[in-house]
Design a protein around this ligand. Structure first.
Ligand SMILES: *Cc1c(COP(=O)(O)O)cnc(C)c1O
Length: 444
């Protein structure tokens, strides 16, 4: 135990040692008390204090080890402390760290070219770099406004959509609890029923500037668009002169076993090119970066000089990290690997008692439970040494690093029956004590 704690103790960076020293040797409980005194409560109290990671494994401040099956919410494509990404980031930082967009850098140009190649984007296509998913979607929102006229103003999004927390992205997001406290939101956005082609056909005409879709909705529990929907959406939007914007913040960059989900089975084997995609989460391999890719010259010139911008977006370190991430996914053949391990996980999950439905592609997986025990299941999994999450009261999600091995996946499958049993027990005990306890709730 003490050896494990010692192993888990981070090396304080020289220079910040004094501030960190006051936290030295503190365990999860004391550190979380300090957290609650100084950090805003928007995330609730975090589950643990993590101090170190390596590959798909992380360690907390008590020295406990976890298999990370969430990857920082679909972010850590190459796991933790990947030596290649680490060396690329530090060598870029020691060469040129930040320059502003009055200047550019080779890493920025190379990353844009690489993204256009992977997206199979036609001539005239362009990239805009941001720092996060919500910012990429703000750019997409402004793109939609630039496709607007006096009579073409509506933007269509889907029930269940999650597009981010800033005001424009929030206007595209469906969940009332996220929206209501911040109204009025930017106007013109309408939400239509999920996966209903007839509803889309009815909604979209010459008054619509853009349709915004996630190929697989992540935050409602990994819900793919039904077969044929994306193709229909492409035809309907093209006919109406509306932009088809795909939010691939969660699904992009290899997560689904394809570079982008619109190239995978959500597209049903059809060659579907959207007008724009937004990216973030997995793009930087853990380093913050977002991007919007626009397809073709017409869409790519809607935003003109001065109409959008960012201080940090596309900075040399972020773009170097993303280039290294794309390079690693390619050279280590992680798309195929994500498909293989994802298929293994889905097949095994489907055979587990108490699992009623398994969804997703590649290593973006959601599965439903027979009972509303997802919240206690997340806690039981943590106790058992696995990090997962619960997008809904009876739904669990896995979005592990793309380097997850078959053996690591199998370890979780072996542990899951006991995790679900423990969760059911907790929920039953809580229910008999008080029917409104947090055993019923999903994540904060
Ligand atoms: C996470 C997410 C966002 C928001 O990204 P942030 O980096 O948290 O701003 C937007 N869209 C989708 C589909 C996401 O999963």
């Amino acid at each position: 135990m003490s050896e494990a704690i010692q192993q888990a103790t981070p090396q304080p960076a020289a220079g910040s040692a004094a501030e960190l020293a006051s936290l030295d040797g503190l365990h999860n409980q004391e550190l979380l008390a300090r957290y609650n005194q100084s950090l805003m409560g928007v995330f609730g109290t975090p589950q643990r204090v993590l101090v170190r990671g390596n590959g798909c494994t992380v360690w907390d401040a008590d020295g406990k080890e976890y298999l990370d099956l969430l990857g920082g919410i679909a972010v850590n494509a190459l796991g933790h402390a990947d030596p290649f990404i680490t060396s690329i980031i530090s060598s870029q930082l020691s060469t040129l760290g930040h320059i502003s967009n009055f200047f550019t850098s080779p890493t920025q140009i190379a990353l844009a070219e690489k993204l256009l190649e992977l997206a199979q984007a036609p001539a005239g296509s362009k990239v805009f770099f941001a720092n996060s998913g919500t910012e990429a979607n703000e750019a997409a929102f402004k793109l939609a406004r630039r496709n607007s006229t006096a009579t073409r103003k509506r933007i269509i999004a889907l029930d269940g959509a999650f597009h981010g927390r800033t005001m424009g992205a929030l206007a595209l997001t469906a969940k009332q609890a996220y929206r209501e406290p911040f109204e009025p939101l930017p106007g013109g956005v309408e939400h239509i029923p999920f996966g209903d082609v007839d509803a889309l056909r009815t909604a979209v005409d010459g008054t619509v500037a853009a349709v915004v879709l996630e190929p697989i909705q992540g935050e409602v529990g990994v819900r793919p668009l039904p077969a044929g929907y994306l193709k229909a959406a492409r035809e309907i939007t093209r006919e109406a002169g509306a932009l088809l914007i795909l939010d691939e913040v969660q699904t992009g960059v290899g997560r689904t076993g394809n570079w982008f989900a619109y190239q995978g089975s959500v597209a049903g084997g059809e060659d579907i090119l959207p007008d724009a995609i937004t990216l973030a989460k997995g793009l930087g391999g853990g380093f913050p970066i977002g991007a919007m890719v626009t397809f073709g010259e017409q869409v790519s010139t809607l935003l003109t000089a001065g109409q959008h911008g960012t201080t940090f977006g596309g900075n040399p370190v972020a773009t170097a990290a993303a280039l290294a991430t794309l390079h690693s996914i390619e050279s280590r053949q992680l798309l195929q690997h994500a498909n293989d391990v994802g298929a293994q996980l889905r097949a095994a999950l489907a055979g587990i008692d108490g699992v009623t439905e398994v969804r997703g592609e590649g290593l973006l997986i959601g599965f439903d439970l027979a009972e509303e025990i997802a919240a206690p299941a997340v806690r039981a999994a943590l106790e058992a040494g696995f990090i997962i999450n619960n997008p809904g009261p009876r739904t669990l999600r896995l979005a592990p690093p793309l380097i997850l091995t078959g053996t690591q996946a199998e370890a979780f499958i072996q542990a899951l029956p006991a995790i679900l049993a423990a969760a059911a027990e907790t929920a039953a005990a809580a229910n008999s004590a008080d029917p409104n306890t947090d055993a019923q709730k999903d994540t904060p």
